[in-house]
Design a protein around this ligand. Structure first.
Ligand code: IPT
Length: 983
């Protein structure tokens, strides 16, 4: 037979499926239908062949794997757009050109399922965990119904249709549908059956559904289970570890009846679950027909007086937003990748995830319970496209969409409600305010009073339990923290008064796009300062780069527009703390240090250190604190410290006298480092993993007198190219104030919305094309002094400099004095010396802050040391090339190229007490700025060295405030004293 008309423009939930139930681990037989299916693609619903596709599987169809997205597997191409909609806002209609994928396969029913089905009243369900965006489902010619809600589970009862053999299942999937209006999340459009398909036996008298809440009473230390089980008759509840073995009455077959009071079971004294102590107990629910196991975590989530608590203790959510993304497979889940994500998060001190912007694969919840992560579990809902039409006709306000909204939240909450990790339900993202949002909140409140409700899209907060905002400025966060400390004004509205009493979170902040996010430390100071602020979530965890192969088989990472999309948002989807391949971006290392659970404050005299325990629930007994004193690169003393501090407490420890520095100034630095590292093995890191570090750095700077014995034969200043150390200089030193714009530099910050982005201001001021004029020169056999003026074409803003070079015994001294000339209206990107050395770079050894790069507003994750950086770590391989790789506070550096090496030391006497910033790059800035993809960068042939006296911060202007004023670089006068010598 041919299928009924495929209706992809009807407002409402899918039809024909079962009401949602919780995800349970059962011993009832199940059969996967994952694997190879037959597939064909039609360009439009109007082009679907009018054939008998469901009668059998004959015919010339292609093959496609399930789970998978068809447009990542050779059928069409992916497309990326964020807020803007890929088609007209003409609800509930998609456009005619709307790819339709028909899937079909045959299967034999697994005999184990058949055996169950043979018993009266048993059933067989067909389950889909994720189909984007809308599907009609058929079995053996009969239409079972349809799905709406791409990241939500749908089950169909196939008991009467399924046969022992010769079954034909067909699924007709629309790329776009009415559901697309509710699913405009910031991600690739990736249609298809992208999560698993399975048949489940539902034995008569089995456990169809369960709702188990495990409460922990922090005042008594006792746990209590509230149990509702959907079964006919009685169910046995066992937690062997707690000696629980009870029988409770079921609420009837089907789904749990939440109007009935739960059975309460006193669990006695228990160890509570938290992200820091992810203690789970194995519970077994059983009837004669079925046995279901759950992992129970006892915990209590509450909010009182504006404080978010878990188990009675205030908590700080050190969060990230996580999309599901795999560079090859899109949103297809893999356990290995989910574990990798969580392990990397835990290794970087992250304790919370917002599952932006849809419920993740069901197994992710198990992993969050097990590793210990607080979750904001978000409903699959976003109507952001309505922003383009000033929210006219937003479905959130339209009662005809109400059932669709309610269906989505019911499916979200019901599937995941038995997981300890979920502490907040989120109603969705960026869908404005409206009665349908309120209806969702009301349903959640009635269904699950054990958790709090989150939604950012309505700042009145009337429906929610936490006040949430995305990308507010630092000043606004401060105000929000502050307002909770003061009485509500007499003329405040009721909403306003209520909102003031809520805990506050930043559900998104710190936009991690490119070289970013700057200013995070300043946000975190506010999080720590104000009790009301319960935490913040960086946007976002992972870049959504898509991997493709070019003709030569080389793997390339793509972003929006690379697939010929007519509506797209470029590289705005490349904004993660880790790359799509899970390489760490410097922003993650910075964030890990900012949110570290332990803070050391070392007194200036090194006699003692304060140890601040920022864990919410645990003391520091799982950590070993070691100290190490290095003087000019040599470890001169080290040892272990006994530290003790209860959760959220501060203690002071005395430091041994060997940790102190001598009166004698070091040549480069005398550094005391304290490190807190794991004593034992955890599920996410090995013993010795460092969770926090603190330092006291006392720097010196060598003094050199001018006019030491000449060695002119080494440093022939007349030669071109001349030699520094053993490196050949192919572009001589000149001043630079420009950088290859970062993504943030290319965006107008929210703090300066009326001004063009910095990249544009720099280009308009022509800082990228300054020209030099030699104003004068004096020389003798050992010294050369040059007076230069670097000016900008068409303008009279310039920089004057005096370069005094002198050959000394072991090298070449440079005294450089710089003075701005004329009007500079735009802040500089930096101020430094640029030169090019022959041969590609092979490494950088330096004494300074590292080992990774940092900028003035991303300097938390680096520490002073004598670091060694290999060729592949010199710059960050951002998908879209941009400025990166600066090492700051450098006092001594050796730059190695394929053909030579040069050592640079910072001498006392300039204005650079904090050292210089050194960038060693295989590419010049013009090339970086003009190249759109890392894969298009040419093979390196030279080493581009910059020695910067100042660098602008990076900010987070791509989404949020730009560089904070204190991290900008207005025109200024400076001087530096450098010694160049052989390595
Ligand atoms: C915000 C979105 O919630 C998120 O999905 C993502 O798009 C992020 O921004 C930027 O990458 S919405 C933004 C317009 C404030």
């Amino acid at each position: 037979m041919s299928a009924a008309i495929f209706d992809v423009a009807r407002i409402g939930p899918g039809e024909g499926s079962e009401p949602p139930r919780s995800r349970l681990r059962s011993d009832a037989p199940a059969q996967t239908l994952d694997g190879t299916w037959q597939f064909r693609l039609s360009a439009s619903v109007l082009d679907i062949p009018d054939d008998t596709w469901l009668d059998g599987v004959a015919g010339n169809w292609a093959e496609l794997g399930v789970p998978g997205h068809w447009n990542l597997n050779g059928f069409g191409l992916p497309a990326y757009s964020n807020v803007q909609f890929p088609f007209p806002i003409d609800p509930p209609h998609p456009p005619d050109r709307n790819p339709i994928g028909d899937y079909r396969r045959t299967f034999e029913l697994d005999p184990a399922l058949e055996t169950v089905a043979a018993v009266a009243d048993s059933r067989i369900l067909l389950r889909f965990d994720g189909v984007e965006s809308a599907a009609d489902v058929f079995l053996n010619g009969a239409r079972l119904g349809s799905t709406r809600g791409s990241r939500l589970t749908h089950e169909f009862d196939v008991t009467d249709l399924v046969r022992p053999s010769g079954n034909v299942i067909g699924v007709r999937v629309a790329k776009f549908s009415d559901a697309t209006y509710l699913e405009n999340q910031d991600m690739w459009w990736l249609p298809g059956i992208f999560r698993s398909v399975a048949l489940l036996a539902r034995p008569a008298g089995g456990i169809d559904d369960a709702f188990v809440t495990a409460d922990y009473d922090p005042t008594t230390g006792r746990g209590e289970l509230a149990v509702r089980v959907a079964t006919d008759g009685e169910v046995r509840v066992r937690i062997d570890e707690l000696g629980i073995d009870m029988v409770v009455r079921g609420t009837g077959p089907g789904i749990v009846d939440t109007t009935l009071a739960p059975a309460l079971i006193d669990a006695g004294e228990v160890s509570p679950w938290s992200a820091e102590t992810p203690r789970l107990y194995e519970a077994v629910l059983s009837t004669a027909a079925e046995r279901v196991s759950l992992r129970v975590g006892f915990r209590r989530v509450a909010s009182a007086g504006g404080i978010l608590t878990v188990n009675g203790r205030p908590v700080t959510l050190r969060g990230v937003n996580r999309h599901e993304h795999d560079p090859e497979h899109g949103r297809v889940h893999s356990e290995a990748l989910a574990r990798r994500d969580i392990e990397l998060m835990k290794q970087h001190n992250i304790n919370a995830v917002r599952t932006s912007h849809y419920p993740p694969h069901p197994d992710f919840l198990d992993l969050a319970d097990e590793y210990g992560l607080y979750l904001i579990d978000e409903c699959d809902l976003e109507t952001h496209e309505y922003e383009y039409v000033e929210w006219r006709g937003n479905p959130s306000t339209d009662p005809t969409w109400r059932e669709a909204f309610l269906d989505r939240i019911r499916r979200t909450v019901t599937r995941d409600r038995n997981h300890a990790a979920v502490i907040l339900w989120s109603l969705g993202n960026e869908s404005g305010a409206g009665s349908n949002i309120t209806a969702m909140a009301d349903w959640v409140r009635g269904h699950d009073p054990s958790r709090l409700i989150h939604y950012e899209g309505d700042w009145s907060s009337r429906d929610v339990d936490v006040y949430s905002r995305m990308y507010p400025s630092h000043e606004e966060v401060r105000r929000i923290g502050e307002e909770a400390l003061h009485p509500v004004a007499f003329d405040a509205t009721a909403d306003e008064a209520r909102r003031r009493g809520l805990p506050f979170i930043l559900c998104e902040f710190g936009h991690a796009m490119g070289n970013s996010p700057g200013g995070t430390k300043e946000y975190w100071e506010l999080v720590e300062r104000y009790p009301r602020i319960a935490g913040a979530f960086v946007w976002e965890w992972v870049e959504h780069g898509i991997a493709v192969r070019d003709e030569t088989g080389r793997r390339l990472i793509r972003y929006g527009g690379d697939f010929g999309e007519s509506v797209h948002d470029h590289n705005f989807v490349i904004d993660g703390l880790v790359s799509a391949d899970r390489e760490l971006r410097p922003g993650l290392v910075d964030y890990a240090a900012i949110i570290a659970p332990v803070v050391f404050e070392i007194a200036a005299d090194r006699r003692e250190a304060a140890v601040i325990n920022r864990y919410d629930h645990i003391d520091l007994s799982h950590l070993r604190v070691q100290w190490r004193r290095e003087r000019d690169g040599v470890v001169v003393a080290e040892g272990e410290l006994e530290v003790a501090a209860a959760a959220r407490e501060r203690s002071v420890v005395a430091l041994p006298s060997e940790a102190r520095d001598d009166r004698r100034a070091p040549e480069v630095a005398d550094v005391l480092t304290l490190e807190a590292a794991l004593r034992g093995e955890t599920s996410w890191a090995a013993p010795g993993h460092v969770v926090a570090r603190g330092q006291h750095v006392r720097t010196g700077a060598p003094v050199r007198e001018d006019g030491t014995a000449p060695a002119a034969e080494l440093f022939d200043l007349r030669a071109r190219p001349f030699v520094l150390g053993t490196a050949r200089v192919i572009d001589p030193p000149r001043l630079g104030i420009w950088r290859a714009p970062t993504d943030n530099d290319r965006a107008a910050g929210w703090d300066e919305p009326d001004l063009p982005p910095y990249a544009e201001r720099w280009a308009t001021a022509r800082m990228d094309r300054m020209l030099t004029r030699l104003r004068g020169r004096e020389r003798d056999d050992v010294a050369l002094t040059a007076w230069t003026r670097d000016g900008t074409p068409s303008y009279d803003a310039a920089i004057d400099a005096v370069w005094s070079w002198r050959a000394v015994e072991d090298g070449l001294l440079l005294h450089l004095d710089i003075e701005p000339h004329g009007p500079w209206e735009v802040d500089w990107a930096r101020l430094g010396i640029d030169l090019t050395l022959e041969g590609a770079p092979v490494g950088l050894d330096f004494a300074g802050y590292g080992p990774g790069p940092s900028y003035p507003d991303t300097d938390s994750g680096v520490h002073f040391g004598w670091h060694r950086v290999g060729a592949s770590d010199l710059v960050t391989p951002h998908v879209r090339p941009q400025e990166s790789g600066s090492r700051r506070g450098v006092r001594d550096a050796t730059i190695r190229t394929e053909t030579g090496a040069v050592r640079v030391r910072v001498l006392r006497g300039g204005s650079t007490d904090a050292g210089v910033a050194v960038t060693v790059s295989p590419w010049d800035r013009r090339t970086l700025a003009d190249t759109t993809h890392a894969s298009l960068l040419p093979a390196p042939t030279a080493t581009h060295l910059s020695i910067d006296i100042a660098q602008s911060g990076v900010g987070t202007a791509t989404c949020g405030p730009g560089v904070l004023p204190r991290y900008r670089v207005p025109a200024f006068a400076a001087s530096v004293r450098l010694l160049f010598s052989p390595a």
